[in-house]
Structures are given as C-alpha cells and as structure tokens.
Design a protein. Structure first.
Lengths: 367, 319
C-alpha cells in the first residue's frame, strides 16, 4: 500500500499534465469541426491498441501493434539518453544528430557489406554505441574543458552531422529512385520486416528486447551505483558536489558519453530497424520529442517506457487519425507540444499542490 | 567579391537583430533558447498577413512587406509571452521552457499554415508564398571601390534593421531602462532594493526579444526562402544565440560575429560556384558557419561574460 502511494505521488503530476493537454487538444479538434473522441480513438486504432473496422489481407490488430512497437523502440533509447544527461544537469538536445551519426556510420560499415546476420546485427549495435558515445563525449568534453554551453555545441553538431551525412549520401550512397540512401542489407537490419507468422505478415523489432534490458540497466546505473549517485549530486549542485570531492568534470563527460551511446542505440534501431535507409538533409524529430517523453516520464527509466508509449501513440496514430477522423496529422505534434508545455510546469504544479496541503494541515491544527 | 559582401550582409543583418533580441533577454537574467521558435512564429504571423492583404495591392507593391514586418514584430512579441509565462509565472526551468517554446512554435505554425491555407484560400499547401523583397542601390555611395558593395543591391529591410539595431543599442546602454535591465541580469536584488519590479523588467526584455526575433524571421522569409514554410526552422535562431555568446553578450562584438557567419556562408557558396564543384558540395559548405562557431567558442568561451544571474529564477525572499 505504501509502495502504491509512492508511485501515485510520482505519477500524479504527469497524469495531470496529460489530462490537461488531452482536454486542450480535444477543444482544438472540436473547433476544427471533428469529433475529439473519435480522433482519440483513431489514435488507439492506428497503434494497434483498439480494433479497426476492417483489415487488409495478412493484417490484424497484432500487426498494427508490432509496427507500433517497431516505431517506439528508438524513442525509448532516445528518451533514456535525455534522462541520463538531465540527471547530471546537462541538456542533450543533440540526440537527433547523434542518432544520425550512429545510424549513418553503421549503415556504411555494416549495412552495405556482405556480412551474415549473426555478425552483422551485433556489430550494428556496437557501432551505434561507440559512435553515439564519441559524439556525446565530445559535447561533454567541450563543456568541461572550454565551458561551451552544451545546448549550443550539440545544436551546432546537429547541423554539421546533418550536412556532412547528406553530402556523403548524395555523393556516394544515393538511390536514384527514392532520392534516399540505398537500402541496407537484410542481414544487418534490426527489425525482421514482413515476416510471416502463421497467417500474419508482421515486422518483428528485435531492438525492443535490448530496449527493455537497457531501461533496467540505466535504472540500475542511476539508482544503485556510485556513478549514478555522483551524477545526481552534480545535477543538484555543481559546487556542492565539488566540495564533496566529486570530480564534476569527469561526471559531466561521462554522463554525456552514456547519453550519446544511448542516442546511438536509438539511431541504429531507427535507421537500421524502423526505416532501413536515410533521407538526406533531414533531421528527424525523435530526438526533440524525446525531451518531452523524458520530462513526462519524470526522468525515471520506468516512467519513460510509459510516456514513450503515449507520445509515440500520438505520432503513430496520427496518420490513421487523418484518414479515419479527418483530423490533420499536424495536430498530433501540437498535442505533443501542449503535453510538453504542461510538464515543463511540473515543479510549479507540485509546489502549488504541496502548498495547498500545508495550508490544509495548518488550518486543521488551528481548529 | 561584391557578391560575397552583398549576400553576406543580407544574411548577417537579420541574424544580428535576432541576436540583439537574445542579448536583451539574457542580459535581464532570463536564458533564451527560444529565438528559433520566436523568429519562426513571427515570420508566420507576418507572412500570413502579407498573403492576406496581397490581393489589395499591385504585384510589385512593397506595402505588404512592411505590413508583414510590423505583424512579424507583433507576432514574435506575442509568442514570447509564452516563454515569459513559463519562466516568470510558473518558474519553469528556463532551458526547458526555451525548448518547449521552440517545439510549440514549429508544431503550431505547421498546423496553422495548413489549416489557414485550407479554410481561407481553399488550397492544400503547407506554405505561404511570398515574393523576394526588391533590392535598392544607393546612388553615390555604391560607387566607392570595394566598400561600395555594402550599398549595392541592398534589401530595404537591411536599412530598417540597422536603424532598429542602433535604437536597441541606444536603449540598452544609454537609458535608465537599459541600465535597470542589465542590472536585473547581474544583481536582481539590487534592482528590487532600488524600487524597481524585476519581473516587469524581465517581461519587457522577453517581449522585446520576441519582437526583434520576429523581425529577423520575416526578413529571412522575404530573402532566402521567399515563402513561409517549416523550412524557416533551419537553425538561424540557434546561430544567433551562438553569435551572442561569442560576442560576449555585448551588441558591437555580436555584430562582428554575425558578419563573420554571413561572410563565411556567402564566401563558401561563391567558392563552390567559382570552382564549379557539383551542387552536392554545397552541403559541405553549409557546415562552415557551424564549424566556425564551435571553433571560435573553443577559443572565446573561457573569458565568459555571461550575466551573473542568468538562468536563476528570481526569488524575492532569497538572500
């Protein structure tokens, strides 16, 4: 019971944020002349969480759900990346760029090679971790050594990665038909696409197993190890941590390295799992939405799993919502934005709630 | 050479006015990462108004542009209120608030552009098509060797920006309000003790920042892209922030930083043309301003002149 109460305390504010945003979003949908309940139900249908009216051959609610899992796997990694950096008081807004760097490197080294699946798939994951980790470490190093604001440097790196990758794709790896990079080999892909299971043709994302494992590992790292404790101390107060003998610079670089490595995993599960090719000159929004996901999940690895499912549901179901309820898919990102808006105020809401509680108890005492 | 100066200036000046906005906000002690979103929202409002009134004027009339400019300023200032609400009223983390404002601006403008196009113009389009602003050449001055390029093929908005920038400089350094604003960033308690309202001054600074960012945004929309669409969010706002950090939160050095970005960019483009490289090499040239920013920050971030109370939520009771 006590455990339950503790969990309720933790999820109270995010739940309130979600509720408020759904109401505001619903009002917007209603103003544009659609039925908000139908629109929200379409979101569930599009993500395979509610049955659709009819299905094409070899498709069912399960295949929709699997493709939804395939879609949210990268987001779990990306949100964990944001959370680890935030623990140390750093803001990794470069997740998208780190994803691209890792995804591109893995595509070039493994995706276009002849390696067989047993070697290729683990290699893709290792490359993702290494490249992402290096990119993250660079940002941490610039912050520690030269006092460069991590937000500015990671944004600059975002653009640099974006243009450099675009240059290489357009010069060497372009598929003349799709204008994207050439599709990677089947052996290196982390999602088994269009696999027949019984009568159903579905996508099986192998990354989700790794993702759930990583959620546990990150939780363990943050809550049960000395490093995690040091990161938290640095995040709360840099000067206090320094006074306590924690090497602040090392902690910052380390947290950015771990954050970058997680972003790299997000990159390989996205570019070599969900899509299979890279569109030049485009930085995907996953890395930015991950900030919302992480905030909403209270920066807690387990909370992140749930907030990921919610936010990606809005993104994934958006396309179906457009066809089923006639609501613009862009409204989905507006709702995400509003959720983010409310979760940014969480400190204030919590403080208000506690202030009210204090008022109530003191009023009782006076009686 | 002339082309490098002309194109460099038309890129550097809108960047500069956005950076000045950032300086106002940060000098008052509020971290400002929302310039990107504010310039986009301002440009959106301006472009919408321009498209709305365009039918009433002749095709080459400059009036819609001036209307767009005014409303971009208003729109940017208005949207900045969101940042003010989050930072000042709800005491949110100012970095997070900035990111929230950016994401909100991108989502809202993408949605509204589509919706307004459909409802008002009956078109399925995700952009407002604008014209490229006409250019003017100042008669005598443009004849000066080399420097004459500064006065050749000038967009009218460049003149507006120079005037506004001068005004902003004057207000910041030569008026009482400017002094209070700068004091808010270094020692808000002293401002409070002097009988001024810290929250009000910061609110004013945030709105000014939004207004100037909006002005910068509409200038980009009228020069580089000639339309308003989500392509406006390519990081000019972040570049402006890098410029102001690099300029040590002072207006004149920031101008220098912006000019450097502008000339690096136009020079790079020119290089690709002169050497007749394939167009995909433009992507490589595009990274120049960003690499330059990082390199320069490596050398200049140490002597950091950031306002002392930057990013600290003002708490009247704290001592």
């Amino acid at each position: 019971m006590k455990q339950f109460k503790k969990i309720f305390q933790a999820v109270k504010v995010p739940l309130l944020a979600i509720l408020c945003s759904l109401i505001v979003g619903g009002i917007i949908i209603a103003i544009t002349g659609s039925n908000p309940f139908r629109a929200y139900y379409a979101l569930l249908q599009g993500s395979g969480l509610a049955p659709k009216g009819s299905y094409a051959g070899h498709k069912s609610m399960l295949t929709d759900f699997m493709s939804y899992v395939n879609y949210f796997t990268p987001m779990i990694f990306a949100a964990l990346a944001v959370a680890v950096a935030l623990r140390a008081g750093l803001f990794n807004i470069g997740v998208s760029g780190q994803m691209l760097a890792a995804g591109f490197t893995a595509s070039v080294i493994v995706g276009y090679s002849e390696l067989n699946a047993v070697i290729a798939k683990p290699l893709v994951i290792v490359i993702g971790i290494v490249v992402g980790g290096l990119a993250g470490a660079l940002i941490g190093f610039l912050k520690y050594k030269f006092n460069i604001n991590e937000v500015v440097s990671s944004i600059m790196l975002n653009y640099i990665f974006q243009y450099v990758v675009s240059f290489f794709i357009n010069t060497y790896f372009v598929d003349p038909v799709s204008r994207q990079s050439k599709e990677i080999s089947k052996a290196s892909r982390l999602t088994l696409m269009d696999t027949m299971v019984g009568d159903l043709k579905m996508d099986i994302p192998l990354g989700i197993i790794l993702a759930l494992l990583t959620v546990y590992l990150v939780w363990f790292l943050l809550e049960k190890t000395k490093l995690g404790y040091e990161l938290k101390a640095v995040g709360f107060s840099r000067s206090a941590a320094k006074y306590a003998g924690i090497r602040v610079g090392k902690s910052m670089v380390l947290s950015m390295t771990v954050s970058g490595a997680l972003a790299g995993l997000a990159g390989v599960t996205y570019y070599l799992g969900y899509v299979g090719s890279i569109q030049p000159k485009v930085l995907i929004s996953t890395g930015f939405d991950a900030i919302a996901v992480s905030l909403l999940g209270n920066n807690n690895p387990f909370g992140i799993v749930f907030s990921t499912m919610l936010i990606t549901m809005i993104g994934k179901g958006g396309t179906y919502m457009k066809s089923a309820a006639g609501v613009d898919a862009e409204i989905a990102s507006v709702i995400t934005g509003i959720i983010l808006l409310f979760s940014a105020c969480n400190v204030y809401i919590k403080w208000k709630m506690e202030a009210k509680k204090r008022e109530n108890t003191s009023a009782k005492e006076e009686k | 050479m002339d082309i490098i100066i002309i194109d460099g200036l038309s890129f550097a000046l809108p960047l500069f006015i956005m950076a000045i906005g950032g300086i106002y906000c940060e000098k008052s002690g509020v971290t400002m990462l929302a310039v990107e979103g504010l310039q986009g929202f301002g440009a959106f409002v301006g472009a919408f108004l321009a498209v709305l009134v365009a039918g009433n004027f002749a095709g080459d009339s400059p009036i819609p542009f001036y209307i767009a400019m005014i409303f971009a300023v208003i729109g940017g200032g208005f949207f900045a209120l969101l940042h003010a609400l989050l930072c000042l009223k709800f005491k949110a983390n100012q970095v997070i608030s900035g990111v929230v404002v950016n994401i909100m601006a991108m989502a809202l403008t993408a949605y509204l552009t589509k919706a307004l196009n459909r409802v008002l113009f009956g078109a399925t389009s995700d952009k407002f098509v604008l014209t490229v602003s006409a250019r003017i050449t100042i008669p005598v001055l443009s004849k000066i060797p080399v420097l004459g390029a500064v006065f050749t093929n000038v967009y009218p908005f460049e003149i507006v920006i120079v005037l506004v920038a001068f005004l902003a400089w004057f207000v910041m350094y030569k008026t009482r309000f400017g002094m209070h604003l700068r004091a808010c960033g270094d020692n808000p308690h002293a401002v409070d003790a002097a009988g001024r309202n810290v929250t009000k001054i910061r609110l004013a600074a945030i709105v000014i920042c939004g207004a100037l960012s909006g002005l910068g945004g509409i200038c980009f929309a009228y020069s580089i892209s000639a339309n308003f669409s989500s392509s406006i969010y390519v990081g000019y706002g972040y570049l402006a922030i890098a410029a102001l950090i690099f300029g040590n939160w002072r207006i004149m050095p920031t101008l220098f930083a912006c000019l450097l970005f502008g000339f690096a960019r136009s020079g790079g483009y020119r290089l690709v043309q002169v050497l007749q490289m394939p167009s995909s090499y433009q992507d490589l040239v595009m990274i120049l301003p960003y690499v330059l920013t990082l390199l320069l920050l490596v050398f200049f971030s140490k002597q950091n002149g950031a306002p002392k109370a930057l990013g600290v939520i003002y708490d009247k009771g704290a001592r």
